[in-house]
Design a protein around this ligand. Structure first.
Ligand SMILES: Cc1ncc(C[n+]2csc(CCOP(=O)(O)OP(=O)(O)O)c2C)c(N)n1
Length: 365
């Protein structure tokens, strides 16, 4: 399906504006919406729950908003969906990508939600359609969605399969190429690791690059649960005070669950180093912009109670911090500004989540 046809069909039926969190399946759609020829307004936000709150406000103002998300993000949307949109009967159109569809090859982290998404929509009594490529059928489906939203005053969902959208000719990704890439920092860190260090990587490219590049035993790639790395790392830091716990996080992930920084600041583990790779983008879903362009994450970490915060724009400065790391009281937040770009051959771990769990558990004993 051409993303332009899709958006125009929705707009013609009165659906707009758009808001949400990206998924690579929706990349062509988001590339199209970012295109200057597209009249639809897209509101950036921090999480799928945040997007649902926005949608409720637009709905109260008489609009028919569209919230896009990955099916994993449906988990974040559930609370405002149930106790705001469904409770007050506020219509919204949900565009949910179907990662982990049973029988379709996909990354492991989508297995549970891949099976659950349609039954979950049924449980919430949200009618849903899995659209095919036919433009006539799309018009009928959009009319059905519009009719449900206006007569029942309730949400309706489109569940979008992998490969549904054709590519759009221009891509959102833009980068500040004067900066180093994340991989340069990960390689540097690899050379400075101590045998007892615990290295935890987030959803997205940070975790994947770390897992592929670094052979250190005490590593763990938290491949799903976007935004939970600080909480996970905090508990390990509190339980393992003799080890250095190093978190490799992304700006999009931190923004999604920014409250976790307050939890870290409150408990103040003396052995936690929290690295934020800030490329101002959701790079792993196609380079869509995050809110980090207008958020000073360094100030946020400081206000949340991190003992030391540092901004880094060069590998030289990062190296200097690592060489004198004992001088920086923890928790230490290192905000690294990076350019876009990763390895062409970036793989996903070949071991299962349970094997990964067993490796890190054994290391932590
Ligand atoms: C709850 C949830 N919403 C959306 C996604 C899809 N997703 C996977 S990685 C990612 C981008 C992460 O952005 P960032 O933390 O900035 O890291 P980068 O991609 O730049 O490495 C997104 C949106 C997800 N996995 N989980």
């Amino acid at each position: 399906m051409k993303p332009g046809t899709f958006v125009t069909t929705l707009e013609d039926a009165g659906f707009s504006p758009f808001m949400g969190i990206p998924c690579s399946v929706l990349k062509p759609l988001l590339d199209y919406i970012a295109d200057s020829n597209c009249s639809t307004r897209n509101y950036l936000c921090s999480s799928e729950g945040d997007a649902m709150g926005l949608a409720a406000g637009f709905s109260l103002s008489g609009r028919l908003p569209v919230v896009y998300m990955q099916n994993d993000g449906y988990g974040n949307a559930v609370n405002p969906l149930s106790s705001l949109l469904l409770l007050y009967k506020l219509p919204v159109l949900l565009l949910i990508s179907w990662r982990g569809e049973p029988g379709v090859k996909d990354a492991t982290q989508h297995t549970v939600m891949g099976k659950a998404i349609l039954p979950l929509l049924d449980t919430f009594e949200i009618p849903h359609i899995v659209p095919d490529n036919d433009e006539g059928n799309l018009k009928d489906s959009v009319a059905k969605a519009k009719n449900h939203c206006t007569t029942e005053s309730k949400p309706f969902a489109f569940v979008i399969r992998k490969g549904y959208f054709d590519r759009h000719r221009t891509s959102i990704s833009q980068s500040n190429t004067s900066l180093n890439r994340r991989l340069d920092y990960i390689r540097l860190l690899s050379a400075k690791l101590q045998p007892n260090d615990v290295l935890l990587g987030t959803t997205g490219f940070s975790g994947r690059e770390m897992y592929q590049t670094i052979t250190h035993k005490g590593k763990f790639y938290m491949m799903g649960s976007m935004g939970c790395l600080a909480s996970l790392g905090l508990a390990i830091a509190l339980e393992q005070p003799e080890k250095r716990i190093i978190l490799l996080d992304g700006d999009g992930a931190i923004l999604m669950k920014m409250g976790a920084l307050a939890t870290v600041g409150y408990h103040r583990p003396g052995n936690l180093i929290h690295v934020c790779f800030d490329n101002r983008s959701y790079e792993s879903t196609g380079g869509q912009p995050t809110l980090s362009t207008t958020v000073n994450l360094l100030d946020v970490a400081k206000a949340c109670g991190y003992t030391t915060v540092n901004n880094v724009k060069t590998t030289g400065k990062f190296e200097a911090i690592l060489n004198n790391e004992a001088k920086y009281p923890k928790p230490l937040f290192i905000h690294i500004e990076i350019s876009l770009g990763t390895e062409e051959e970036l793989t996903r771990p070949s071991i299962s989540p349970e094997e990964m769990r067993d490796c890190i558990r054994a290391f932590l004993q």
